[in-house]
Design a protein around this ligand. Sequence first.
Ligand code: KG4
Ligand code: ZN
Length: 340
Amino acid sequence: MNGHIDILAIESSCDETAAAVIRSGQEVLSNKIYTQIKFHTVYGGVVPELASRKHVEKINYVVKAALEEAGMTLSDVDAIAVTYGPGLVGALLVGVAEAKALAWAARKPLIGVNHIEGHISANYIEHPELKPPYLGLIVSGGHTHLIIVKDWAEFEILGRTVDDAAGEAFDKVARAIGLGYPGGPKIDKLAKEGNPNAISFPRASVNGSEYNFSFSGLKSAVLNYINHADMMHQDFSRADLAASFQKAVVDVLCQHTVNAAKAYGIKEVAMAGGVSANSALRAGMEKACQEHGLNLYVPSPIFCTDNAAMIGVAAYHEYVKGIRSGWDLNANPGLKLGER
Ligand code: KG4
Ligand code: ZN
């Protein structure tokens, strides 16, 4: 025993085949990501069956590379962690089956991890000073959650999207203006050349929780704007549209986050998920937090989009709580945050 807890983590919930070795919930000994984006781009989005097939093809290479970069063999790690939901069922199954086989063969404990918990836990890698309780905003292609991280691996959901996720809205708007998949980074780039105040798009309010989000109305407003311009044979600036759409998303995310921080008297705010790589969101949230005396934590972009390092970090906190998965661990595509 060297006093460290080293966890091999596997992530395959969507279109990234990833493996990492994480030391004691914080130190990234390796972080390997095989991205399948180029195979899905031609179809304009992730094709689930193709994703599963690519995971099967690549997963052993990615695991091997992660262990090698960490200078370890399977027998050196203390546990094997894997994302078991939420995500695409066929994609998840590949990672789950891999992790179970490795854990069985090497006689290691197995820890199933919630993908959303992984995202928020990515913050601990570069911000060891961040500790619960804090407010968390998780914005990805599949999820938009405003939560309180009450304790390590304990969550209260304040609000979530009632329709599209933030990243989904980015991807759909990008497709409508011909930018292709994945749209988020492309809108981010194009918006830098546009005027965010050029077009006034709606900031949706939602029935139910005041912290819920809705992005489908905004998406429809953008599509209507494009259709109207097309019908009238009018030219419009795609950069202005991208910037104005992006600002509408950023405004709502910042407003809800600041409102919740004030209502619950929380000073620490952490963002996570693919959309938190967005430069306008990072700048907007930084400004909003500064104005209201809040401390903001955001992972580096590589830890915002899907990766296995974040899964290893989340797994560590489950591990020290004594949480282990059984040999019956299965993919759970609709797994909720806080559910086991
Ligand atoms: O967290 P993630 O990699 O996968 C999910 O768990 O969904 O998030 C992917 C999402 C995609 O919708 C992608 O367009 C979006 O994150 N995204 C961005 C940016 N980078 C990735 N959205 C806006 N701006 C970005 N720079
Ligand atoms: Zn994700």
